[in-house]
Design a protein around this ligand. Structure first.
Ligand code: KG4
Ligand code: ZN
Length: 337
C-alpha cells in the first residue's frame, strides 16, 4: 500500500510517500525558519500563506522522489489537528482535492499520533510502551497500549518544553527556533554555574510546568544586565536551563514507567532531537532497566513520513473511515485519547 502523507500543521510544509507502513520512499520537508526567525516565533498568517505557496511543489517533489505517480497512491493521510487552523486547512483542503480528483481514499491524522508512531518508521516496537512527546506545542506522557489506544498520563500545565527553549532563545537574542541553538550553546557551557529551578509539582504528579523556569531565566538575565557580580555566559545559562528541562522530563518519564509498570519508552517530538536529552534518557533507562527508543532526528521534528505511518495504521484499523474524511474539518485542539 502506497500512502502519501501531507503535514502542514505548523511551520513545515511536508509530504512523504510510504510503502507498506515501513518503507519510506521519499520525505520532503520545507521549513519556514527564514520567514519566522526575525519575529522570534511563528506568525500564523505568514505560515498559512507560505503553505499555500509551497504545498503543491512539495507534494510533487515527494511523489517524484519516490519514483511513483500520483495515480499510484492508495491512500492520502493528512494532519487534521492539533495545530494552527490556517495552516492545517491548507494541507487538509489539498488532500480533499487530491482525494476527489484521483478518487483515492483519505484519512485525517492527529499530529500527536504521528509523533507517537514515528518510531515505527525505523523499527517495530512492542506495545505497551510509554511515549513522551516533547515538541513546540506539547509535552505529554502517554501510555500506548496498541495502535489507536493511547491514555494521557500527564501533560504540561503551561508552556511546552520546546516553547520554553524558543522563549529562552528569544531572551538570548537567538532567532526562532531556539532549541537547536540552545543545544549548541549548552555544549560549550557549564550547567552548574547557576542552578535554575525544577518544577516537579505535587508528589506523584506526571504533569509538567516550564513557565516558572522561563521566568527564572528572565530574572537572572535582567540581574546580569544590572549587577556586575552576576557573571554567567550565554553558554552557561543555556546549559543550566537545558539541564533543568531535562531533569524534569527524565524524572517524570521514569515515574510514568513505574506507575504503569512498563519497561519500554519512546521519546519523540522536536525536543527529542536534543542530544543531551537523548543521552540523559539513555542513562536513566539503563539504570532503571528500561528499553529506550528515539526516532532519528529528522523524524522527531515535524515531517510527513510520520503522518503517512499513522495514517497507514489508522486505515488498516478501520477502512470505512475514508468515506467521511472528505468532510473533515481542521481542529486547533484535538485530543489524542
Ligand atoms: O515537533 P516539532 O517540530 O513541532 C511541533 O509539533 O511543535 O517541534 C518543534 C520544537 C521547537 O520548539 C524547537 O525549538 C524544538 O522542537 N527543538 C529542539 C531541538 N530541535 C528542535 N529543542 C531542543 N533541542 C533541539 N535540538
Ligand atoms: Zn510536531
Amino acid at each position: 500500500m502506497l500512502v502519501l502523507g501531507i503535514e502542514t500543521s505548523c511551520d513545515e510544509t511536508a509530504a512523504a510517500v510510504l510503502k507498506d507502513g515501513d518503507t519510506l520512499l521519499s520525505n520532503v520537508i520545507n521549513d519556514q525558519f527564514g520567514i519566522h526567525s526575525k519575529y522570534g516565533g511563528i506568525v500564523p498568517e505568514l505560515a498559512g500563506r507560505s503553505h499555500v505557496d509551497r504545498v503543491h511543489r512539495v507534494i510533487d517533489d515527494a511523489v517524484n522522489k519516490a519514483g511513483v505517480q500520483l495515480r499510484d497512491i492508495d491512500l492520502i493521510a493528512v494532519t487534521m489537528g492539533p495545530g494552527l487552523v490556517g495552516s492545517l486547512l491548507v494541507g487538509l483542503n489539498t488532500a480533499k482535492g487530491l482525494s476527489y480528483g484521483l478518487n483515492t481514499p483519505m484519512v485525517g491524522v492527529n499530529h500527536l499520533e504521528g509523533h507517537l508512531l514515528a518510531i515505527f518508521l525505523q523499527k517495530k516496537i512492542q506495545f505497551p510502551f510509554i511515549a513522551l512527546i516533547v515538541s513546540g506545542g506539547h509535552t505529554d506522557l502517554y501510555r500506548a497500549s496498541d495502535f489507536g489506544q493511547y491514555k494521557l498520563l500527564g501533560r504540561t500545565r503551561d508552556d511546552a518544553a520546546g516553547e520554553s527553549f524558543d522563549k529562552v532563545g528569544k531572551m538570548l537574542g537567538i532567532p526562532y527556533p531556539g532549541g537547536p541553538a540552545i543545544e549548541r550553546l549548552a555544549r560549550k557551557g557549564n550547567g552548574k554555574t547557576h542552578k535554575f529551578p525544577r518544577a516537579y509539582l505535587e508528589k506523584g504528579s506526571l504533569d509538567f510546568s516550564f513557565s516558572g523556569l522561563k521566568t527564572s531565566v528572565r530574572t537572572f538575565l535582567n540581574r546580569r544586565g544590572r549587577d556586575d557580580r552576576v557573571v554567567s555566559t550565554d553558554e552557561d545559562i543555556s546549559a543550566g536551563f537545558q539541564d533543568a528541562v531535562i531533569d524534569v522530563l527524565v524524572d517524570k518519564l521514569i515515574g510514568a514507567c513505574e506507575k504503569e509498570k512498563i519497561s519500554r519508552v519512546v521519546v519523540t517530538g522536536g525536543v527529542a532531537a536534543n542530544g543531551a536529552l537523548r543521552e540523559a534518557v539513555r542513562n536513566a533507562a539503563q539504570s532503571h532497566g528500561l528499553e529506550a527508543s528515539f526516532p532519528e532526528k529528522i523524524f522527531c521534528t515535524d515531517n510527513a513520513a510520520m503522518i503517512a505511518c499513522a495514517g497507514h495504521h489508522k486505515f488498516i484499523r478501520n477502512k470505512n473511515l475514508s468515506a467521511d474524511s472528505r468532510t473533515l474539518d481542521a481542529k486547533a485542539n484535538l485530543p489524542l485519547e
